[in-house]
Design a protein around this ligand. Structure first.
Ligand code: MOS
Length: 732
């Protein structure tokens, strides 16, 4: 692990977690709590013609049965990518229309969870069914060119040079189609809300990546003022993009709590979650890559078809990252959206970047083999410090360093190039593969409030959400280092709309947004301390200075916005709307990078694919918190192994919905599937990006893992497998 020149704490919340402190919303057990359960649609599309709740209401302990007929005056809070607050524009139970299988049709609130579940099972609905399509190639789906929609205004198509002409003239060409399946996040903490009213004030306890959107979204949906709603989300048991906006269950819990006059807890079970929350959409990638015989890349064309819902256009941003991998002489990206009858898909860790890097990096490996060049050398030869899409310089790019250091750690020079040329003693085929990944450098505005106390405690209240990625630890490290107090004395109040505006935490922008703002706040505090201390502040803690000045506390507040954003952005921040800048800034473009080196071992008889060894080297700017950073990368690699070899949400074309909606059938890697994962960081600051020199890490970690594995499988077997996940039966 990289050693850092400053002291750091390892993980400030570790003890609460291993002690099982009830820090998650689903663990809430306040007095008077009612438990809620959902009944869901058994058809894939159509409308409810009749709903019978008599038997459900008769169950002992049931206090309320809600359906679209009894929801009262509520409306949709709108789609987060369309100016609203929800993960989709459709709020279930506001009308009899059914847009997808598994859509909630009724909520029951009862004294116990068992009573609620029994009652929900007794809700009977009759439907009028309509034809539907749930996958890219289903009959009746509708294909939309993103550039023909309003999305073009904030997601321009990537176009640089005349890629078609350059490709037609290229002496070496690769032309291939790749497929990535729909996938569902399965965080350990299910989506869950506890809603409680006190008079006309509503408090929502919910694990969310976007407390401010939940607050404003529920207020919009109920037609009340945002000041009447507070959202408290100190921890998430995993977010990964699934909890990044208002979920459908929050409004239902809030209405149930209002109608019963009791706090209501609604935990959405795993099977329902597969249909009730967003997921990674199915996508198909057609890539054409052209190069000189020397290996110099001349052109790339990347065309994407990605799934969306009928009711929303979930934007595609796949080519924004594939175009940033190399100095392609020219590039053309095409994003198409395919409307299908599902809930609106959404952001799942490296939502676009993982499939985009899979397709492009498999093509680059194919190019290396068609040229007879080493895959690392080919990548190094096509490195660039200028962004092809805009012509701007990258603020920092240490991808070549990642490749070189990774190759050294992995022992890449001992690899023989020919497929099927490396074997283990037991006859297993060994494959060594490499691929790189990238993720846009995004950042958001933040308000930071810092309070020092004469007893030595420091509290930082700031926008941010702890999903397990370690933002509390990063904040504690930063404030402790700047103010010279022990990290244990620093408390971070985050995920709480009472403390500071809570911008959506996603897109790997958490550290690059919160840490510079925390440093600004610490500077403001140092200045204020200096003013009250004529003797100077060197070698004195804030508590000592406060005591000497006869003060109990000192508070400062700062606002910070990304370069190039207008002042009005702070209004958007306070309104719970996405206020993200990047990766293109006025003078530069920012991306994080990673290189993965992977060994696969394939048993000769069963063709079982194992991954005993991964080496990953990341360029995320300066590393703030080494332990949580390395954990982030390991988690991303594990997820990449899952994406390459295991995970797929299976669709049944006859019934709609997702079939394998539980953790027995939605196959994830387990401990026995994971070998050694060595992680290193380049750890060079990016001072152009922000004062702290930090870039994002959470998502770049996963990008490039799947193609490194697919490339290693090719090296082991000579077979190019272009559909994820790669399975044993593909190798038989
Ligand atoms: Mo992340 S998929 O941007 O929450």
């Amino acid at each position: 692990m990289t050693s850092l020149p400053y002291p750091y704490t390892i993980r400030v919340d570790a003890e609460d977690k291993v002690r099982g402190k009830p820090i998650y919303a689903a663990d809430d057990n306040r007095p008077g709590l009612l438990h809620a359960a959902l009944a869901v649609s058994t058809i894939a599309k159509g409308r409810i013609t009749d709903i019978d709740t008599q038997a459900a209401s008769a169950v002992h302990g049931v206090r309320l049965v809600l359906t679209h007929k009894t929801m009262g005056a509520a409306k949709s809070a709108g789609f987060i990518m369309g100016g609203g607050y929800g993960f989709q524009s459709l709020q279930p139970m506001l009308s009899p229309a059914i847009a997808y299988r598994g859509q909630p049709i009724a909520l029951v609130a009862a004294e116990t969870l068992e009573q609620a579940v029994e009652s929900a099972h007794l809700v009977r609905a009759r439907y009028a069914e309509e034809p539907f399509g749930v996958s890219l190639d289903a009959p009746g789906v509708e294909v939309v060119h993103q550039a023909d929609t309003p999305l073009k205004n904030f997601i321009p198509e990537i176009a640089s040079g005349d890629a078609d002409q350059a490709l037609s003239k290229a002496p070496v060409k690769i032309d291939a189609v790749f497929k990535a399946p729909p996938q569902h996040q399965n965080p350990m903490e299910l989506i869950a809300s506890v809603a409680e009213w006190r008079g006309n004030k509503l408090t929502v306890h919910e694990g969310t990546q976007n407390a401010e959107a939940v607050r404003h979204g529920v207020a919009t949906a109920l037609g009340i003022a945002p000041e009447q709603v507070e959202v408290i989300s100190p921890y998430l048991g995993g977010g990964f993009g699934q909890k990044n906006s208002l979920q459908m269950q929050t409004l239902l819990a809030a209405v149930a709590a209002r109608e019963t006059g009791r706090p209501v807890k609604l935990v959405v079970p795993r099977a329902t979650l597969f249909h009730a929350a967003s997921f990674r959409p199915e996508s198909r990638h057609h890539i054409r890559l052209g190069a000189e015989r020397t290996g110099k890349m001349l052109a790339a064309i990347h065309e994407v078809d990605a799934q969306t819902s009928r009711h929303d256009l979930f934007p595609g941003e796949y080519t924004a990252t594939s175009s940033r991998l190399y100095g392609f002489g020219s590039f053309r990206g095409v994003e198409r959206l395919v409307r299908t009858d599902v809930q609106t898909p959404g952001y799942m860790r490296a939502p676009f970047e993982h499939p985009a890097c899979f397709a492009m990096e498999c093509c680059v490996d194919e190019l290396a083999y068609s040229l007879g060049q080493d895959p690392v050398a080919l990548r190094l030869a096509n490195d660039t410090d200028t962004d092809v899409a805009t012509g701007l310089p990258f603020s920092s790019r240490y991808l070549a360093e990642c490749l070189k250091r990774g190759a050294e750690l992995f022992g890449w020079t001992r690899r023989s190039m020919a497929p099927r040329s490396m074997r283990a003693k037991d006859g297993s085929a060994i494959g060594w593969g490499v691929a790189v990944g990238a993720y846009p450098g995004l950042t958001t505005p933040a308000v930071a409030h810092l309070k020092a106390d004469e007893d030595g405690c420091v509290v930082i209240s700031i926008g941010g959400h702890e999903m397990g990625q370690g933002i509390r630890t990063s904040l504690a490290n930063t404030v402790s280092r700047k103010l010279g107090v022990l990290p244990e004395k620093v408390r971070a109040v985050i995920g709480d709309t009472r403390a500071a505006p809570q911008h959506l935490t996603a897109g790997s922008w958490g550290t690059a947004s919160a840490i510079p703002a925390a440093e600004d706040a610490a500077d403001a505090m140092l200045m204020a301390l200096a003013e009250m201390s004529p003797a100077g502040i060197a070698d004195r803690t804030p508590a000592e200075i406060l005591k000497a000045a006869g003060r109990r506390t000192l508070e400062v507040e700062v606002q910070r916005k990304p370069p190039g954003q207008p002042d009005e952005i702070l209004g958007r921040l306070r309104a719970g709307l996405p206020s993200v800048a990047g990766p293109v800034y006025r003078s530069h473009v920012t991306f994080s990078y990673i290189a993965h080196f992977v060994e696969v071992v394939i048993e000769p008889g069963t063709r079982r694919i194992r991954v005993p060894r991964v080496v990953s080297v990341a360029d995320c700017g300066r590393v703030i918190s080494p332990r949580t950073a390395a954990s982030q990368v390991r988690g991303g690699v594990v997820w990449g192994i899952g994406a390459a070899l295991r995970e797929s949400s299976e669709v049944d074309p006859r019934y709609g919905g997702f079939l394998n909606a539980d953790l027995a059938d939605y196959v994830l890697p387990v401990n026995a599937d994971i070998g050694s994962i060595d992680v290193e960081f380049i750890d060079k600051p990016d001072p152009v990006f922000n004062r702290s020199g930090v870039k994002g890490l959470g998502e770049v970690a996963m990008t490039g893992v799947a193609p490194a594995i697919a490339n290693a499988v090719f090296h082991a077997t000579g077979r190019r497998l272009r559909d994820l996940p790669v399975r044993i039966d593909h190798l038989l």
